[in-house]
Write a new protein. Structure first.
Length: 345
């Protein structure tokens, strides 16, 4: 059974499942999910907890031994197993499948790790654990989901949050829920009455949004210019090398060129060839509605010129030129703003 993090607390207060599978790339949600299970489990008598981590030296017999080792003062045991890759291997799969078949009500398992794919979710061990347990995917929150999460967090801290305040916090902390949680806690300390104004929040919060080059690409494909510029600013402040972003932009130009050529030829997009999975296909279709071969040709020329300048170590303000390139994905007509790419004499 699958439950999203925002509904986990209510579910475990009604009933604890024997297995919880917590996987994803969002650390704050994972931490909260594990802590919520720990709290409820302790109240229900699971007062002996062991933590194990699967690495290259891990012996799966130690997990079996852990299930059979109880102290004199406890009859229920809580075992946390960190599975970093989400793949236990052949031996681990056998052990986990065996534990799923046992059905011991005095054992509670939390198995957690990074984001997993359909291959893991369709594996035998995962299906067996999921049949009697709960799968909790923890993915980065964006847009309305992020604002709703912030509103819930502020309510927990006794803060009154308007839609404008949640939007402001979302803009400042997008991609970094841990920082968002800390900002909410800071606001609760600064304003214990719980009443907040937009001006107070603006003065108190710090821009802690974290993005990756992959986030930037998705925003460019979606045609969100303002958000793209903000992401570039954050990537520059984090010291991301310009050539990494240029490589990503060039790769997307090649993909869009190939997709547009196929579209103009009356062919269906070959998503598998370009390794574009279902959840991102709409982004490319959106970009193809805005861009034509003339746009892509202009983009190619700018990419080539900037690539040469960076390789020759002659460029002075690379992120200005990168911003120019990103805006061409919208596409904006920047013919009136030619760039000399800051080439030194």
């Amino acid at each position: 059974m699958q439950i999203y993090p925002n509904r986990l607390k209510a579910a475990i207060e009604q009933r604890l499942a024997p297995f919880y599978l917590i996987f994803g790339d969002e650390p704050q949600q994972k931490l909260e999910a594990i802590q919520n299970i720990r709290t409820v489990a302790l109240k229900q008598g699971f007062d002996e907890r062991q933590s194990l981590t699967v690495d290259s030296q891990f012996n799966w017999d130690s997990l079996v031994e852990a299930t059979q080792t109880l102290s004199l003062f406890s009859s229920k045991q809580f075992i946390e197993l960190e599975l970093p890759t989400g793949k236990p291997g052949a031996e681990g799969s056998k052990v986990l499948s065996m534990l799923a078949a046992q059905g011991n009500n005095d054992l509670l398992f939390v198995i957690h790790g990074a984001k997993i794919g359909k291959d893991v979710q369709s594996s035998k061990w995962f299906k067996l654990l999921d049949k009697t347990g709960v799968y909790i995917p923890c993915y980065p929150l964006e847009g309305n989901q992020l604002q709703q999460w912030l509103a819930q967090q502020m309510q927990v801290e006794g803060l009154q949050a308007s839609k404008e305040i949640c939007q402001l916090l979302a803009d400042f902390c997008e991609g970094n829920l841990l920082a968002a949680k800390q900002e909410v806690q800071k606001l609760a300390l600064l304003y214990p009455s719980g009443k907040l104004s937009l001006e107070q929040v603006e003065q108190a919060v710090v821009d802690q949004s974290r993005f990756t080059v992959f986030h930037l690409i998705d925003v460019l494909l979606a045609g969100e210019a303002q958000k793209a510029v903000k992401m570039l600013y954050r990537l520059e402040s984090e010291g991301i090398e310009p050539n990494i972003i240029l490589w990503a932009l060039t790769r997307e130009w090649q993909t869009l060129q190939a997709l547009l050529f196929a579209q103009q030829s009356g062919q269906a997009p070959n998503w598998n060839q370009h390794r574009i999975w279902g959840n991102r296909q709409a982004l490319y279709l959106s970009a193809l509605k805005r861009l034509d071969f003339a746009h892509l040709h202009a983009l190619q020329k700018k990419l080539t010129t900037l690539d040469f300048a960076i390789k020759q170590s002659q460029i002075l303000r690379s992120y200005v030129e990168l911003c120019h390139l990103c805006l061409l994905f919208m596409p904006y007509n920047l013919d009136a703003l030619p760039l000399d790419y800051g080439l030194s004499d």
